[in-house]
Design a protein around this ligand. Structure first.
Ligand code: NOJ
Length: 733
């Protein structure tokens, strides 16, 4: 049997398939079952349907072997490089496919990073809807090009981990217990919903996302997976989503009401979640690779099997599991991860010491420089700081996977130093105890590696570095006048020590993936000139951030957990800009080993005629009214490398809406970015940005539509959200 996936033939084939199903078979297709994968749809052997395999994670195939662990979403966002984002997706998709996974559980469009302590902010591309949207679009397009389905998640308002699920009496599921405390409710107004939280989903759906995962928490007091207004109204109605809505694992709390609201597929199904199931696409049974049996074997060994057991012996063929097992699907993807990890590293401070030149004696400090110490799995670590020893290449939870290869910073530095002297102390307790006298003779350079663990199911306990990282930095900096700090973290940390005179450079290297050591060596020694940019703001004080995590104690009111998104559109830099708070390092910031300048900004309109306030109504297609994506303006400018070495620049476009726009409109919003090619000294490149009607409209809550305002827009171009060096004006009426 061979079903092409797209076009009329696929639809016809699907309809024929559905006509041949019994009622029981139909019901089984719309819920997960026991099976080999993180999520499994049972086979129907009499029709030759081999079931479907759904698997995390957004950074590589989870729960298996011989796969590549790519850089996390936040690292990928920090590259500000569309082609790298796309290529990462293509290579990841190749691995999902070669392992026999039909539906990948990613990318992450939310959390977007409303709260700086959000435990999962690192899974997405950054704290701005436009950046997140580009990340999702490029990722989904990349997966589609390989024929692997995606699941854009978590719809919607999933901005904190604390109390993301209800508390249920007895055993913990709503099928055999009662809700005694409702999950957090994200209370989001109409305009914020459209301009911030829906924006990346709209772009992902437009790019062809086949699935959307509804989230754990409540939206405006109704569980996300049974919220009709959001699932049937906003998602399937307004955004024209034509694929299937999948529940997050155990996020379904009802049967018929959830189905009526718009939920299509209940996960994980099985005995803990026996609500129901909806036919999704299925892949071409003849050419799609079989499911690697090692998924099933790993599941039999691991604790996840208590949720949804593996396939019992004898049924492997029905599932189209097949040889070879332990399939090595990595090819040479590690080389790309090395580049990606370096491209997502952000140089925050450099007094001129980087790149390193001839170093014959180097000191490496900190447990984050070490190799893995608790096995290949980045997850399932119960303490809040993660493993003590081991570089933080990926944090914890379902957004991670198992390393097949890992190159620690220390290993890569030793290799780079060759016969030079590499001294090191990895135990933070020793360093924080100021016991570093064993370092002798005095090194020319001291590299301090610190980390900040983040994980699903918990929000961050602080913005400091784990394992006494601040004391480690201070001890080394007090003793060594050329101290370079490298941080491995999925979000913002406080850096009280940043102005220490002996700290000569700081690199926020994010979560680079399996080649963590090689990526940082490439940056330190200048084989790659840093071009990463911050996809969030680093503040001076935690109190400078808005929208803290809601965390209640001793609550008796069943409905007490409410997160009012009262900051509205002012997430991350927009809040700092409007409140005039100086950040330590702003959104979009990052240094290079060279310097860049920008020529004048040219703005031209696509149409001579005035543009109406609203797009003409048209049949909705995936992403919403196609008229919203009409191009209204082109912005051009030349970027010059004015420094002494080659490097790539990241010009960014921030749009200011006309002064008469409704109250609450941010001062500026990101509406374009690009990464130039590597420019030799003295060379330049013309960059071009397209502004669409949606880019230049606000959500009009009275008209319930995107409204292109009267008056003059300012198009600001620069190298960060605060370094705006040139601008021009444009108006449409
Ligand atoms: C829960 C997580 O929220 C989701 O992102 C993940 O895909 C599922 N578990 C399956 O592991």
């Amino acid at each position: 049997m061979c079903f092409p996936h797209f076009g009329k033939t696929a639809l016809e084939a699907t309809n024929n398939f559905i006509l041949s199903l019994t009622l029981k078979e139909k019901a089984e297709l719309v819920a997960g079952s026991d099976g080999p994968c993180g999520g499994s749809i049972a086979p129907i052997p009499r029709l030759g349907f081999g079931g479907l395999c759904l698997s995390d994670s957004p950074l590589g195939v989870r729960d298996t072997d011989f796969v590549t662990m790519f850089s996390a979403g936040i690292t990928t966002g920090a590259t500000f490089d569309k082609s790298l984002i796309r290529k990462r997706a293509v290579l990841m998709a190749e691995e999902f496919r070669a392992k026999g996974v039909h539906i990948a559980l990613g990318p992450v469009a939310g959390p977007i990073g409303r709260s700086v302590r959000g435990g999962r902010n690192w899974e997405g591309f950054g704290a701005d809807p436009y950046l997140a949207a580009v990340g999702c679009r490029e990722t989904i397009a990349g997966f589609n090009s390989v024929g692997v389905q995606t699941t854009i998640k978590h719809w919607i308002g999933n901005e904190q981990e604390t109390m993301r699920n209800p508390i249920i009496s007895n055993s913990g599921t709503t099928t055999d217990g009662e809700i005694v405390q409702q999950a957090i409710s994200s209370n989001i107004d109409d305009r914020t919903m459209h301009e911030v939280y829906m924006w990346p989903f709209a772009e992902g759906i437009r790019a062809g996302a086949s699935h959307v995962m509804c989230s754990y928490q409540r939206l405006n007091e109704t569980y996300s997976c049974e919220n009709a207004e959001s699932l049937s109204g906003l998602l399937k109605g307004e955004l024209g989503f034509q694929g299937a809505v999948i529940s997050d694992w155990l996020a379904t709390h009802s049967g018929i009401p959830s189905i009526k609201a718009g939920l299509d597929l209940n996960m994980p199904g099985g005995k803990l979640s026996p609500y129901f199931a909806n036919v999704t696409d299925w892949q071409d049974a003849d050419t799609y690779p079989s499911i690697d049996p090692s998924f099933n074997e790993w599941k039999s060994k691991s604790s996840v099997s208590t949720w949804f057991p593996p396939v019992p012996p004898g049924l492997e063929l029905q599932w189209k599991m097949g040889a070879p097992a332990y399939r090595d699907v990595r090819k040479d993807h590690g080389k790309f991860v090395r580049t990606l990890g370096a491209a997502g590293s952000v140089l925050l401070k450099d007094t001129g010491v980087l790149p390193l030149k001839k170093v014959s004696n180097i000191f490496v400090a900190g447990n984050d420089a070490a190799d893995l110490s608790r096995g290949q799995v980045g997850t399932d670590v119960s303490d809040s700081q993660g493993p003590e020893f081991g570089a933080n290449a990926q944090p914890g939870g379902s957004g991670t996977g198992r390393f097949s290869t890992f190159v620690s910073p220390l290993e890569a530095i030793k290799a780079r130093m060759g016969s030079g002297l590499t001294q090191y102390i990895l135990d933070n307790k020793v360093i924080a105890g100021q016991n570093i006298d064993s370092v002798f003779p005095a090194p020319e350079v001291c590299l301090v590696f610190v980390k900040s663990y983040q994980t699903e199911a918990a929000d961050r306990l602080s913005l400091s570095f784990d394992w006494n990282g601040t004391a480690v930095i201070n001890t080394v900096a007090d003793a060594c006048n050329n101290t370079i700090v490298i941080t491995h973290s999925g979000g913002a940390n406080l850096m009280e020590w940043a102005d220490h005179p002996n700290i000569t450079a700081i690199i926020a290297a994010h979560l680079p993936g399996q080649e963590i050591g090689k990526s940082i060596v490439d940056i330190l020694w200048g084989d790659i000139n840093p071009s990463g940019r911050l996809p969030y703001t680093i503040a001076y004080r935690e109190s400078d951030y808005n929208a803290p995590i809601v965390n209640l104690t001793n609550v008796t009111d069943k409905n007490a957990w409410q997160a009012n998104f009262a900051e509205h559109l002012l997430t991350d830099y927009r809040h700092f800009d409007v409140r005039n708070i100086t950040p330590r390092y702003e959104f979009g910031f990052g240094l290079s080993y060279t310097n860049f300048s920008l020529g004048p900004v040219f703005v031209s309109k696509t149409h001579r005629e005035e543009r109406s306030a609203f797009a003409n109504s048209a049949p909705t297609s995936p992403g919403g009214n196609p008229g919203l994506y009409e191009q209204l303006a082109t912005v051009r400018a030349a970027v010059y490398n004015t420094g002494k070495v080659g490097g790539a620049a990241v010009p960014q476009l921030y749009l200011s809406f006309p002064p008469n726009s409704p109250e609450g409109t941010p001062l500026r919003v990101l509406r374009g970015f690009d990464k130039t090619r590597e420019l030799a000294p003295g060379k330049c490149e013309d960059v071009r940005f397209i502004l669409t009607r949606k880019d230049m409209s606000y959500w009009d809550v009275i008209a319930s539509d995107w409204h292109l305002p009267n008056g003059s827009f300012t198009v600001n171009l620069g190298f960060s959200s605060r370094d705006l060096v040139a601008s021009n004006k444009i108006s449409f009426r």
